[in-house]
Write a protein that binds this ligand. Structure first.
Ligand code: CP
Length: 319
């Protein structure tokens, strides 16, 4: 893993960058995109519908995997800013199976101004970006989920003032969300802790890359109680319902002690926020009490998917 090579596209002689990994960008660019997200969010919240930078533009959205938030937030955001998004599900496209990824990339580039894709294998998004002549945005792969982490960063900035210097403690599976946090930690300095069961640690190369960047404190532990002390944010992600029934039952056993409940939040302190990228399995990964508490910011976080992505689309389109 840790394949963070970036790809570029050229439109009208201007080099435009795909949005595949947070670590492809420097701190100034990430903060600029987040500022833009806040600016466009304020405009949309005010009811102003005159900012239409995507007018006359189309976006192809490839979904090899199911989604609620990613699909609706991209489609709504692109529409609100004047564009038209086209949903392509597994019945429309089977990249690498019914049609080669390089052909899909080149054909969609002929119709669309931007491509967003949610795929299984990370190599698929790299191939898509390599052969596409328009910008490609990563809507989740088995390696990372950069749009989610941009929305998370925006939410933290709104509630705490900044991401820099905060302590973010992730409790759960060391999966693509953790990899995205690690890539963010190689660009913005903060304290990131991943507390996961033994055997569910994040990709070692990605942990090493984030540590090598030398700007953030990175800890990987198997002790959630110790991890959450002093946290500004306690974050969890779906780990309960992965795979088949038997696998899910086995997972629940392995993840015993990793549920975010009221006792764990008490250890984090009275000002700690609870975040979850959703969907959440209530009563398993997180208690109802924690997700419904006043310091749970999961719904502003979900809303910010749209605002962060609007700014990402503006950035890759050079608008
Ligand atoms: N968090 C997230 O990506 O949600 P969806 O799977 O619903 O898109």
């Amino acid at each position: 893993l840790c394949q963070t090579s970036s790809a570029t596209s050229t439109v009208n002689g201007t080099e435009l960058k795909d949005f595949l990994h947070i670590s492809d960008f420097d701190k100034a660019t990430i903060l600029k995109i987040l500022d833009r997200a806040a600016e466009v969010k304020a405009l949309l919240k005010s009811g102003d519908r005159t900012f239409l930078p995507f007018k006359g533009k189309t976006m192809a959205m490839i979904f090899a995997k199911p989604s609620m938030r990613t699909r609706v937030s991209f489609e709504t955001g692109f529409f609100l800013l004047g564009g038209h998004a086209i949903y392509l599900g597994p019945d429309d496209i089977q990249m690498g199976k019914r049609e080669e990824t390089r052909d899909v990339a080149r054909v969609l580039s002929r119709y669309n101004d931007v491509i967003m894709a949610r795929v299984f294998a990370h190599q698929d998004i790299l191939d898509l970006a390599k052969y596409s002549t328009v910008p490609v945005i990563n809507g989740l792969t088995d390696f990372n989920h950069p749009c989610q982490i941009m929305a998370d960063a925006l939410t933290i900035i709104e509630h705490i003032g900044q991401l820099e210097g905060t302590k973010v403690v992730y409790v759960g599976d060391g999966n693509n969300i953790v990899h995205s946090w690690l890539l963010m930690a190689s660009v913005i300095p903060f304290h990131f802790v991943c507390a996961c069961p033994k055997g569910f640690e994040p990709d070692a190369k990605t942990v090493e890359m984030a540590r090598q960047a030398g700007i953030s404190k990175i800890e990987i532990t198997n002790d959630p109680k110790e991890a959450v002390r002093g946290a500004d944010v306690v974050y969890s992600d779906v780990w309960a319902s992965m795979g088949q029934k038997e696998e899910a039952a086995q997972r629940r056993k392995l993840f015993e002690g990793f549920q975010v409940d009221e006792d764990l939040m008490k250890l984090a302190g009275p000002n700690a926020y609870f975040m979850h990228c959703l969907p959440a399995e209530r009563g398993v990964e997180v208690t109802d009490g924690v997700i419904e508490a006043p310091n749970s910011i999961v719904f502003p976080q979900a809303e910010n998917r749209m605002h962060a992505q609007n700014a990402i689309m503006l950035h890759v389109l050079g608008l």
